[in-house]
Write a protein that binds this ligand. Structure first.
Ligand code: NI
Ligand code: MN
Length: 221
């Protein structure tokens, strides 16, 4: 399985059965996706997570998965949506998606209510990936290893200011019992610029790995 980082909170997870896009927001331009997007997962309604949804090629043919309010908002705009909410999980052709808690806020750019923000645990191709979404460090993360198979990767925000910073993200990695972390939600705007070397050294000093990918680069699981 391949995970491509598109900057900020956006990744694509390419599994054997489906390509899953998370949180489309591309301030430097929409990537040239040379593959079909089968699923769109949205963590919450903030503009830096949904702004480019209408720019995804054939996005309305994909299946959108989010909480009840976010899914309803986009179903009204013509998307195919699956309504879920915190604590629920569902089997799809590619595997299972579980919605887990995130401590953050959530509203749409027009100010309307977007429900509560979520994280995702995706189990597919015999691997398990946690996408935290925008969140603070929270004790709820300790539930994840109790509920799901051993994580192979945790995708955690590290930019501070609007989410946890990298030191809390390290603690989050211990809560979810995953020593391999892909950092996201950093360097997009001045308030979330970080010292990337310091962040990576901090994880390394604790025996964990913080992976920071350039936009468009990927890792294999
Ligand atoms: Ni947000
Ligand atoms: Mn955000």
């Amino acid at each position: 399985m391949q995970i491509i980082y598109y900057g900020h909170g956006s990744v694509v997870i390419k599994t054997s059965q489906a390509n899953i896009l998370v949180d489309p927001f591309y301030p430097n331009g929409v990537p040239a996706f040379d593959f079909k997007i089968d699923y769109i997962l949205l963590t919450h309604g903030h503009q830096d997570h949904i702004n480019d949804i209408d720019n995804i090629p054939n996005g309305k043919e994909a299946t959108l998965v989010s909480n009840y309010e976010v899914t309803s908002y986009f179903v009204e705009k013509g998307y195919n949506g699956i309504h879920m909410n915190h604590g629920g999980d569902k089997d799809f052709a590619f595997g299972n998606v579980k919605l887990v808690n995130a401590v953050h806020s959530s509203s749409f750019p027009d100010g309307s209510y977007a429900g509560n923000p979520v994280g995702f645990v995706i189990t597919t191709d015999n691997r398990c990936v946690y996408i935290a979404g925008d969140t603070a460090l929270t004790m709820d993360m300790k539930l994840i290893p109790l509920m799901c198979q051993k994580l192979d990767l945790a995708i955690l925000p590290i930019g501070n200011t609007f989410t946890m910073g990298y030191k809390d993200a390290y603690l989050a990695s211990t809560f979810v019992e995953c020593q391999r972390v892909l950092g996201c939600h950093f360097d997009t705007f001045p308030p979330i610029e970080i010292d990337k070397e310091a962040a990576k050294s901090y994880f390394a000093s604790k025996g964990s790995e913080l992976i920071l990918l350039d936009i468009g680069n990927s890792l294999e699981l």
